[in-house]
Design a binder for this molecule. Structure first.
Ligand code: ATP
Ligand code: MG
Length: 241
């Protein structure tokens, strides 16, 4: 079943076309990656899919309902984590529940449970600046989870991390997403990350961004040293060029 779909999306800024005729879909429970070079329009496309921005052309559908320009329908973790600097971790993570008018005590209990799951059990009362980059990203992900949306858009969720932390976060992330049965689209520039995490990859490229390739990641082992992995990586490098 298709949960999120963009059809024929186009957007210009100040008369300059950024993306054109972009169509993509996400199936239930799927992890889809949007891969493309810097400036090609990936975040612009996410702003449209999340309803924060109106496209000039095309529409966005969530479970068949037209939601073009309607925000709050999908969970969205923007490129910068946007944790509120003056609020404790727990209060940051509770925000989506408070916005939905959940009772404060119930919101706190839910936020505590998700922070424990995300290995942030020691950090409830810390401020974002007291956390490491990896912890901040986990806190931002926890907050996105608590929007309660089963479709999530994640813009470069691991970009701020060193290679070792990033590797650990990637393993953990795929497990958590699959356990919760969420449907996700995430953005990355990193081809290894795209292959390790996703079920399907869209390549956004061109002077005016459009989807130039769709790749099914059907490798048996998600191991960057396996033959399948290396073959697929070569194939993708050719396509992203
Ligand atoms: N609000 C805006 N007003 C004007 N131009 C914008 C706006 N948002 C994005 N752009 C332009 O649109 C183009 C695509 O930007 P976008 O942020 O979507 O790229 P990206 O693929 O996410 O890049 P990166 O990988 O560096 O995050 C850029 O040229 C950018 O300057
Ligand atoms: Mg971006």
């Amino acid at each position: 079943m298709v949960v999120l779909e963009g059809k024929g999306l186009g957007k210009s800024y100040e008369g300059e076309k950024i993306i054109e005729n972009v169509s993509l879909r996400v199936e239930k429970g799927e992890m889809v990656c949007l891969l493309g070079v810097s400036g090609v329009g990936k975040s612009t496309l996410f702003n449209i899919l999340s309803g924060l921005e109106m496209p000039d052309e095309g529409d966005v559908f969530l479970k068949g309902e037209c939601v073009t320009g309607k925000s709050g329908k999908v969970g969205y973790m923007q490129q910068s984590d946007l944790l509120l600097p003056f609020k404790s971790v727990i209060r940051n993570v509770m925000t989506p529940l408070i916005l939905k008018k959940t009772d404060k005590k119930a919101a706190r209990r839910e936020a505590e449970a998700i922070l424990e799951e995300f290995d942030l059990g020691e950090c409830f009362d810390m401020l974002p600046r007291e956390l490491s980059g990896g912890m901040r990203q986990r806190a931002a992900l926890a907050r996105t989870f608590l929007t309660g949306c089963d479709v999530m858009l994640l813009d470069e969720p691991f970009s701020a991390l060193d290679a070792i932390t990033r590797g650990k976060m990637q393993d953990w992330f795929r497990t958590v997403i699959k356990r919760h049965g969420l449907s996700t689209v995430f953005i990355t520039h990193d081809i290894d990350e795209a292959i390790l995490l996703s079920d399907r990859i869209y390549v956004l490229s061109g002077k005016v961004g459009c989807i130039t390739d769709e790749i099914l990641v059907d490798i048996s082992e998600r191991d960057s040293s396996s033959e399948d992995f290396i073959r697929l990586k070569k194939e993708i490098i050719e396509k992203v060029k």
